[in-house]
Design a protein around this ligand. Structure first.
Ligand SMILES: [Zn+2]
Length: 718
């Protein structure tokens, strides 16, 4: 899926991973009853369904035999983690995982009901129902075998010269525009990525963006690092590529040669890519070029033919995120014979299609990417994979019933109240800052006032009528949906910006800030227990979802977000001295989080420059949430240190609820991947580092200087 490059999300969920007026919600939803805490188990999924329960904050889970001032994460989470071991088909397992299953269970009920071959279904249910049917039809998929891939493989085999590569890229980009599943927002589309996106200098315009891409592994580091573990993984990848070629009918020798070619080409692309720390700075990727300059950059790609074939509207200019990548790709295309590129493109087809194909391809793809790289011990049941595919491909059609069942208007109203309270907290924070001048404060307040709050779901649902879905080919349905999505983004070029659009679907358990739209977005999926719990008091809710809200707002003011103004333009509104003051405080955060990550293996180190934006948002977000809670209590004539329910003070409940929402098992394999690719810190650091920077926390649990949870050189930006 395509997302705005700088959309700063709250957490990483590693799932898997037409312009008629938007349709209105169906008058009659399939399931109109509000969902309860647990779903009735059905069929083979009974075990999974048992786990599909909403967790509610429970202070009895605190392990009082531990010292809160030594390791608060352990204090708050050990009991829960011990009672809830990680299932073999998971790479993370935390207090939010029951919600993930619960959400997926609701979606499954909607999909199953819609999949009955009933001609009376409305267009929305017809589409999601047939999509579900084709995905769940394993025997049909086995019977079709490799047939669905054959036309594309034949087409690649029939290419006559390197001049033909351009139009094959067009075909590949339609079917597999690049999943953007990679945590650092980098496309894995063949050769490069192409999309429409808001201009950095003038956010009112949509221009063409051409991005580096082309890799099969999660990031360039996997090809370039020379430590033993990295070398071992690269060799396992080579073996995997070879196996996949064998599975589509190549001989042992052919497959081995093709695998070597693929790894060689991808490694050369990786070498030329801009690294993920440099990519965080929008100034580094805001390289505007004319079409003539783009043509010159890579003459081996026929850009005129490419743009014509994808139907791209004329663009005022072209943003080429990393020109060096394209210079290197030019040399690569010129330097390698056609048959090397045919092997690479064959790989692109097989690799991207594998999750939607026969069991042999699904299993081998899982074995490398989910088992070897991420540590999963068992593949997830098919229904879960199908739910997530449907959510990715038809999310706003599927999400309508979810909203009806799981997101009552009262939840929306209470969330909006909390958002306003937290925005007010940031207003006071900015006004009171000792290090910021009045000039910059005024600008900051204008930006804060300009933030648009989007809660739950879009006001207009996406129209999927152009997506052709049938009951008989799952992989073709995915290709159709991908094509639709690719064309939808390309067609935005030159048109006014659609401010109403969301880049997350309603059931998603996540949230984001979009610096170019200056919006914060909270899908209905995260506005559920344990993050948002209508049954709980303010202390619990400000501690959990309040911190998420604060986190997203702070993204507008983190080390990169602060470079955009209220209108989403990349424009420096800081005085030089205030900018310097900011950077000093930001450096404290980056230094603090440049730390060992034993959870990911010995010698693995986090790069605080990669996670600085997220860490800044965590640290600032919790201050805002705490301040908003304090204000809310004051209005009720109470204070943070009054005793609340269960004998804990409100201040204590706030921190306990925040920590509780983060209790998560993380497998070492996925931890290693995240440290390499993900801009978020691991859950344990999102508690222990953040709290150890806060005197407000010391006050809650009586922690004293010298104890581990009291940092001598505490950092504070917001
Ligand atoms: Zn974030």
């Amino acid at each position: 899926m395509n997302i705005h490059r700088f959309a700063a999300v709250f957490l990483l969920i590693l799932a898997v991973c037409a312009f008629s007026p938007a349709q209105t919600r169906p008058a009659q939803s399939l399931s109109s009853q509000t969902a309860g805490d647990t779903l009735a188990p059905s069929g083979a999924a009974a075990d999974q369904a048992k786990a599909a329960k909403l967790e509610h904050f429970d202070p009895n889970l605190v392990d009082k035999s531990l010292d809160p001032c030594t390791d608060f994460y352990q204090y708050a989470c050990t009991k829960w983690l011990t009672a809830n071991p990680i299932p073999p088909d998971q790479v993370f397992w935390g207090t939010g995982s029951g919600l993930q299953l619960w959400n997926e269970g609701l979606l499954r009920e909607t999909l199953e009901a819609a999949s009955a071959n009933d001609p009376k279904r409305d267009p929305v249910h017809l589409k999601i129902g047939d999509y579900w049917f084709a995905c769940m039809d394993e025997s049909g998929i086995e019977a079709a075998g490799l047939k669905p891939l054959q036309p594309e493989l034949d087409h690649i085999a029939a290419l006559k010269s390197k001049k033909d590569i351009t139009l094959e890229i067009v075909r590949l980009h339609h079917i597999f525009p690049g999943a953007w599943e990679q945590s650092d927002n980098q496309t894995n589309a063949a050769f490069f990525g192409f999309t429409g996106q808001q201009d950095y200098d003038d956010a009112s315009k949509v221009v063409a963006q051409i991005d580096q891409g082309g890799l099969g592994l999660p990031s360039r580091d996997y090809y370039l690092k020379t430590d033993d573990k990295s070398k071992e993984l690269l060799e396992k990848y080579r073996a995997h590529v070879k196996k996949m070629f064998i599975l589509v009918g190549e001989s042992e020798a052919q497959a081995a040669a093709h695998a070597n070619t693929v790894v060689e080409l991808e490694a050369a692309m990786a070498q030329a890519q801009m690294d993920n720390v440099k990519r965080r700075d929008p100034k580094n990727i805001n390289n505007k070029m004319s079409l003539a300059q783009v043509r010159q950059l890579t003459p081996s790609i026929d850009w005129d033919a490419y743009l014509k074939a994808i139907n791209a509207p004329a663009s005022e200019h072209y943003i080429v995120t990393s020109p060096d990548f394209f210079r290197a790709e030019e040399k690569l295309i010129a330097g390698h014979p056609l048959d090397h590129w045919q092997a690479y493109m064959r790989w692109q087809v097989i690799h991207h299609a594998a999750p939607f194909m026969t069991k042999a391809l699904v299993d081998e793809n899982w074995n490398f990417f989910s088992h070897t790289l991420a540590g999963q011990e068992e593949i997830q049941p098919r229904w879960r994979r199908c739910v997530r595919n449907a959510d990715r491909d038809l999310g706003e059609a599927l999400g309508q019933a979810y909203v009806d069942r799981a997101f009552p208007p009262e939840s929306k109203a209470r969330t909006i109240q909390m958002v306003h309270a937290i925005e007010t907290a940031l207003t006071s924070d900015i006004q009171g800052l000792s290090w910021m001048s009045q000039t910059t404060k005024q600008q900051a307040l204008i930006k804060l006032k300009g933030i648009e709050d989007k809660i739950g779901y879009p006001s207009q649902w996406r129209d999927y009528s152009a997506v052709k879905v049938t009951r008989d080919s799952f992989v073709n349905n995915v290709g159709q949906a991908s094509s639709f999505e690719f064309e939808r983004w390309v067609a935005k070029i030159g048109k006014p910006v659609d401010r109403g659009e969301w880049t997350m679907t309603p059931p998603t358990i996540n949230a984001y800030y979009d610096p170019q739209l200056n919006t914060i977005n909270f899908p209905a999926g995260i506005l559920q227990p344990p993050f948002f719990d209508p049954a709980m008091d303010d202390a619990v809710n400000f501690g959990a979802i309040g911190m998420v809200i604060g986190h997203e707002i702070i993204h507008g003011f983190d080390d990169q977000g602060r470079k955009f103004d209220a209108h989403g333009n990349l424009r420096d509104w800081w005085t030089a001295e205030d900018g310097r003051q900011y950077d000093e405080r930001g450096k404290c955060i980056a230094d603090e989080y440049t730390q060992d990550v034993p959870e990911a293996g010995t010698g693995v180190k986090q790069n605080g420059l990669l996670t600085q934006g997220e860490d800044t948002a965590d640290n600032g977000g919790i201050h805002l949430a705490l301040y908003a809670l304090e204000t809310s209590l004051k209005q009720q004539g109470k204070s943070l240190d009054d005793k609340g329910p269960d004998g804990w003070t409100y201040r204590q409940r706030f921190f306990l609820s925040n920590a509780y929402s983060w209790c998560t098992h993380v497998r070492p394999e996925i931890a290693r991947m995240l440290v390499t690719t993900d801009p978020h810190s691991l859950p344990v650091f999102r508690i222990d580092n953040v709290f150890s920077n806060m005197p407000e926390f010391d006050q809650a649990f009586g922690c004293k200087a010298g104890q581990r949870m009291v940092r001598a050189n505490a950092c504070r930006v917001w």
